[in-house]
Design a binder for this molecule. Structure first.
Ligand code: FES
Ligand code: FE2
Length: 385
């Protein structure tokens, strides 16, 4: 984020505090319960939201050197991403072109020169080219070029790996992440996750719709009650500012210390020292920047409308090498996991209650402006608006 944007956001928050003003939504917004439980809606979201747009499969540091790979199945599409000997990240469908076996079964690792299918040992190089066929005389007429791994559009940008889980059309332009991010691109260019070190990635499956998971991030109205014993003490109540930026959201949750900036020199202001800077990145990712690190929370449907999985990755300024550094980051991860668990208990209860019929819709109030933005964005994408 450019410094003048940081200063403008801090001045905006300080101005609101001085005036006793809150940036609220204009009114209440209803959100249909059906959208959280319907199997038809679930299927439509998979195709409209999770297949057509690039998703973040991890930070660049998840593929730290040539030959390192990761597999990612959370969109329902088996993705294999690998960093080639040329340093470039490529993604493929993790499906053998012989009889369709899953080629790479590990979540991550380092490949040699080729990937070898475990079924009949066909091999593919790191660019997806079919490199070898065992007992090749049995396939004398096979067009090898037509049997390379199927590529998926993939790129690296702002220290993140982006993959679109649907095949590229012939002649399609490469992914343009800055165009996709729109106004967020400038913020990310300045935050720079390039060079960040991936720490303690984890998948957290829970019995709730993926949108309930996202909902927990987009308001702080609940902090006092749900996080009363953990993180609430650090934050100002309902003093946040929200900006919908295209299909994404920037949401700044000020800490109590931000008030101390009033009357000081803006040249020294650093927004992330005094707030959580949270981005919702369409369709399913929340990134949070705090004083000394960032975290990626990517939410995916998991089998049906009532289940989801969160892929959580911490991005640290450098790899923790000492026991002291590891202890520090473990403590930080544990604090965040505690807050998440507090949210998950509520979220699973919400999902379990949907079927009761008590509510035909949820009601987002004026302090829950981020939820209104998020559901507006999702509904627009679902209807092609
Ligand atoms: S399915 Fe991969 S080699 Fe046969
Ligand atoms: Fe929460």
């Amino acid at each position: 984020m450019k410094h003048d944007v940081e200063v403008a956001l801090i001045e905006r928050i300080l101005g609101n505090l001085a005036a006793g003003r809150r940036e609220t939504a204009n009114g209440e917004r209803l959100s249909a319960v059906d959208a959280y439980i319907s199997p038809q809606r679930h299927a439509a979201e998979l195709s409209n939201l999770f297949r057509r747009h690039p998703v973040i499969v991890g930070p660049s540091s998840a593929l730290p050197e040539p030959g390192t790979f990761l597999t990612h199945d959370l969109t329902g599409v088996p993705i294999l991403a690998v960093r080639g000997t040329d340093g470039q990240v490529r993604a493929f469908l993790n499906v053998c072109r012989h009889r369709g076996a899953r080629i790479v079964t590990e979540p991550s690792g380092k490949a040699g020169r080729v990937f070898v299918c475990p079924y009949h040992a066909w091999s593919y190089d790191l660019t997806g080219t079919l490199a070898g066929i065992s007992d090749a005389t049995a396939f004398a007429g096979l067009d090898r070029a037509a049997h390379r791994l199927v590529s998926l559009p993939a790129t690296e940008r702002h220290g993140l790996i982006w993959v679109r889980p649907s095949k590229a059309e012939a002649g399609e332009a490469p992914l343009d992440i800055d165009a996709f991010l729109g106004p967020l691109a400038s913020d990310f260019a300045h935050f720079g996750l390039n060079g960040a070190s991936l720490y303690a990635p984890v998948e957290l499956p829970r019995a709730m719709n993926w949108k309930v998971m996202v909902d927990t991030f987009l308001e702080d109205y609940h902090f006092r009650w749900v996080h009363g014993q953990s993180v609430h003490k650090y934050y100002l109540d309902n003093a946040s500012v929200y900006d919908r930026l295209g299909r994404h959201i920037r949401y700044v949750i000020p800490k109590r210390t931000l008030q101390d900036l009033a009357g000081t020199d803006p040249a020294s202001w650093r927004l992330r020292d005094h707030s959580n800077i949270l981005y919702y990145i369409f369709p399913n990712t929340v990134m949070v920047f705090v004083a000394d690190h960032a975290a990626i929370f990517a939410m995916f449907p998991n089998g049906d409308a009532n289940h989801s999985v969160m892929h959580l990755s911490f991005c640290l300024p450098e790899k923790p090498e000492t026991e002291k550094a590891k202890a520090y980051w473990d403590k930080n991860a544990s604090l965040i996991r505690t807050a998440l668990d507090e949210d998950f208990v509520v979220g699973e209860g919400i999902q379990a209650g949907f079927a009761s019929g008590a509510n035909s819709h949820l009601t987002f109030g004026r302090y829950e402006k981020g939820l209104a933005h998020f559901h507006d964005i999702v509904e627009e994408a679902m209807t092609g608006a």
